[in-house]
Design a protein around this ligand. Structure first.
Ligand SMILES: *Cc1c(COP(=O)(O)O)cnc(C)c1O
Length: 196
């Protein structure tokens, strides 16, 4: 089934507020979480409704095993600009291998930025934030393109992220991706051939 959708996140939106889910999980090892199947949505409905009722925009999914490692933000992949690197959770089988995730990684590598696909614990993000090393957080997906994240609640911790300026990595990437989609920009992407 296909259908057209309006802009999912208003670009003038101040950024998403997420609640890290420490009870429910979206996907578990050995399941179908890596794939774009309609069934994956079912597990997200109740927890998402609960966090929305509490005033958040979306759930921050943690791993099913220990509830320690960050997986995705709602139904979009998540990225951190941490210290000097663009960091996103590695694909473990419980994270959807999104094309937008792949596009952001490809652009970042093409721009000669340090890129890491690895495990990221919620604790590491709290520490990075306390040390002033958490520069940006954003979600990526076809519907959202790039959606800046301004707040994460994990248990009693509140993490606030302030960099939503025009020259942020997230905004630069959004302009590059939509520019390519609309045929307004030509970018020779060198990394593409290596990963495909
Ligand atoms: C669709 C989806 C994404 C984003 O994938 P894209 O291919 O970039 O649209 C990320 N996570 C989940 C769970 C999804 O369903």
């Amino acid at each position: 089934m296909t259908s057209s959708v309006p802009e999912y996140f208003d670009p003038s939106h101040p950024g998403l507020s997420l609640k890290a889910e420490d009870q429910f999980t979206r996907a578990s090892p050995g399941g179908t979480g890596y794939a774009k199947t309609a069934g994956n949505c079912a597990a997200t409905l109740r927890p998402t409704r609960d966090v929305v009722d509490e005033g958040f925009d979306q759930t921050l999914w943690l791993d099913a095993h220990e509830h320690r490692f960050i997986e995705e933000a709602g139904l979009i992949n998540i990225f951190f600009y941490l210290d000097n690197a663009i960091v996103t959770p590695r694909l473990t089988g419980t994270i959807l291998a999104g094309i937008t995730r792949e596009s952001v990684l490809t652009l970042a590598r093409d721009w000669n930025m340090a890129v890491e696909e690895r495990d990221i614990s919620i604790q590491q993000i709290i520490e990075a934030s306390n040390q002033g090393k958490l520069r940006e957080v954003f979600g990526v997906g076809t519907s959202a393109v790039i959606a800046p994240i301004r707040h994460i609640r994990y248990m009693e911790h509140d993490i606030f992220i302030t960099n939503t300026s025009d020259d942020s990595f997230a905004n630069k990437t959004r302009r590059a991706i939509t520019g390519i989609q609309y045929g307004e920009r030509k970018i020779i992407i060198t990394g593409w051939c290596q990963s495909h």
